[in-house]
Design a protein around this ligand. Structure first.
Ligand code: IYR
Length: 224
């Protein structure tokens, strides 16, 4: 490698091979309990949990370490109401034709429709924004690289962190999402990437049968 400023890796933990195997099994057992939930309780969630989860998301690998993301964590009832109103408005267009027949057919087993009460019921909405320009320092206006990949990985970390904390989530991508930029007062050079809903599940929360069917290891893995 070329000469560059660095420091020794000091926080790596090498688990004994057996422990590694049991940890990987344990991780799988835990993450397979993550489900996309569409009925939330309005039970409050401590802001510090959200802060920790966003800190975790912020450690995701990303292009040139420019960290091309911004998170807006919404707890305000007034702002959540605005998000719900706008999202439902757009979803009505989606479900009443814009999606097309094939897409609507694909969604049937999930039972989704334009009504999104959880956008108000859940304690937290986390709007995730991607940045085409930026850099490590706040004043930088450099090109960012692998923005979609980077923000996607950070979002994955965030979902995992929220799940590990004991919360449930829903990934929501109303189309178009530009209303989020306005409501969250984000600059023009940022794009809304996704809206995550986070909180406790409602007592009568369900998991669609369709979503429980996972491809087998044989289908998703090839060893060479
Ligand atoms: N955004 C819409 C539609 C939707 C699309 C997909 I792909 C899903 O997996 C689920 C829903 C909605 O939230 O209803």
């Amino acid at each position: 490698m070329k000469d560059h400023d660095s420091s020794p890796l000091t926080d790596y933990i090498e688990y004994p091979a057996e422990q590694m195997l049991s940890r990987s099994e344990q991780f799988y057992q835990d993450i397979k309990r993550r489900h996309s939930i569409r009925k939330f309780s309005d039970k409050p969630v401590d802001k510090r949990i959200i802060e920790n989860c966003i800190k975790a998301a912020g450690t995701a690998p990303n292009g040139a370490n420019h960290q091309p993301w911004h998170f807006v964590a919404i707890n305000s009832a007034e702002v959540k109401k605005q998000v719900r109103e706008q999202a439902e408005l757009h979803e009505q267009g989606f479900y009443s034709g814009r999606a097309g027949e094939e897409w609507l057919d694909a969604l049937k087993p999930l039972g989704t429709d334009a009504s999104k009460p959880y956008l108000e019921h859940a304690p937290w909405l986390i709007a995730i924004f991607s940045q085409k320009k930026g850099g490590l320092n706040p004043e930088d206006k450099n090109t960012n690289y692998y923005v979609h990949e980077s923000v996607g990985i950070a979002t994955g970390f965030l979902i995992n962190a929220l799940h590990s904390s004991g919360l449930v989530t829903l990934t929501h991508t109303p189309k178009p999402m530009s209303f989020l930029s306005k409501i969250c007062q984000r600059p023009d050079d940022e794009r809304p990437y996704m809206l995550l809903i986070a909180g406790y599940p409602a007592d009568d929360a369900t998991v669609p049968k369709h979503a429980q069917s996972k491809k087998s290891l044989d289908e998703i893995l090839t060893f060479m």
